[in-house]
Design a binder for this molecule. Structure first.
Ligand code: SAM
Ligand code: SF4
Ligand code: SF4
Length: 334
């Protein structure tokens, strides 16, 4: 079954934020000045339980979801996350992925693989220790992320995608060292334009390095050529090293928006659905689940949320829209 929104975009991908907490304070996502010691994260009782998440996922699989990504906040901080992975991995015809900062991946990789996780994406913004620490703002060393990636590869995750958010003047000098490091490794490095998600990261267009500039920087040293997307709606533009050293991706959500193919729905940690990363109002599912709604009723609600969807924020971004109130990415999941 396929349900389509107002622009004919099918509902295919579900991103589930399993926690709003994180042990990093990346300046572009959870800046310390806002997410400080006094910040109030969601109490445990507010979070959807594993059973509730799994139920929603089953219902969504019936109406066309083919891929689920666990995210957050930091998904590995949700206690016993591998139990949720095991439950979700049993849903037929659905690929299960996770995006993580890898801070505890070394300890968790084996359990995640064993539980049935299909794919893993690791975020890493620099190989240079000072730059990485400046960006994660939690004094977290590069080597532990690299160890997490290695352990994930050792237990059989392949290829591993590496997400690198680029901020002008902060880690643009790290583009080439990162490209050199992952060239030939079998992992896929993806450069992400700094986005104006949420309202706390002090986004300015001047801080964005356009994807084309990133491609030019790499191409000048290691020639690359474009390749076809793996599937319709893939967010990254794919490029291949001409010398056979593998591929890189560029996610140009600011300079080359891809709303036309956006098949993603987001479920927040407390059970609200967001039809766009730049949504303001979520649709509360948790209350109806806890009030005893049937699968049929939940399915109808999701369909009624998806069908009128007209979001295309990145395509209509302007100085006006960028100052509108927005939900934080750590809350609805990246
Ligand atoms: N904590 C996990 C992690 O960092 O991988 C998962 C959640 S994080 C919100 C998901 C992804 O969103 C990460 O790869 C992160 O780099 C990216 N991200 C967060 N804020 C961003 C922003 N302002 N612009 C672009 N990407 C961003
Ligand atoms: Fe945490 Fe990921 Fe946001 Fe960084 S990007 S603060 S690791 S949720
Ligand atoms: Fe999808 Fe909204 Fe991002 Fe456009 S701005 S690609 S509609 S999440």
């Amino acid at each position: 079954m396929t349900i389509k929104d107002k622009f004919g975009r099918p509902l295919r991908d579900l991103r589930i934020s399993v926690t709003d907490r994180c042990n990093f304070r990346c300046s572009y996502c959870m800046p310390k000045e806002i997410f400080g010691h006094n910040y109030e994260f969601l109490p445990r009782a507010d979070l959807l339980t594993f059973e509730e998440i799994t139920r929603v996922a089953h219902v969504m699989a019936h109406i066309g979801i083919r891929k689920i990504r666990l995210t957050g906040g930091e998904p590995l901080l949700r206690r016993d996350i591998e139990i949720l992975v095991r439950l979700l991995a049993q849903i037929p015809n659905v690929e299960l992925a996770m995006t993580t900062n890898a801070s505890i991946l070394e300890a968790k990789a084996h359990a995640l693989k064993d539980a049935g996780l299909n794919r893993i994406t690791v975020s890493l913004d620099a190989l240079d220790e000072d730059t990485f620490k400046e960006m994660n703002d939690a004094d977290f060393p590069v080597q532990r992320v690299l160890d997490g990636i290695q352990t994930a590869a050792d237990v059989g995750f392949s290829p591993i995608k590496i997400n690198m958010v680029i901020k002008r003047g902060v880690n643009e000098k790290d583009i080439l060292p990162m490209a050199r490091y992952f060239h030939g490794s079998g992992h896929i490095l993806r450069f992400i334009e700094f986005m104006d998600v949420g309202s706390t990261n002090d986004w300015r267009m001047d801080d964005v390095i356009p994807a084309q500039e990133i491609v030019d920087i790499i191409h000048a040293e290691m020639p690359i050529e474009p390749i076809e997307p793996n599937y319709q709606g893939e967010v990254a533009n794919r490029w291949r090293y001409k010398d056979g050293g593998g591929e890189v991706g560029v996610i140009a959500s600011v300079t080359q928006p891809f709303c036309g193919n956006c098949t993603r729905l987001r479920l927040s940690a407390k059970g609200e659905l967001y039809t766009c990363l730049f949504g303001v109002n979520g649709h509360d599912l948790r209350s109806m689940i806890r009030a005893g709604a049937s699968d049929q009723e939940i399915s109808e609600r999701i369909t009624n949320i998806w069908q009128p969807r007209q979001d295309r924020y990145s395509e209509i971004r302007s100085s006006e829209t960028s100052s509108l109130p927005k939900v934080e990415m750590s809350y609805i999941g990246g």
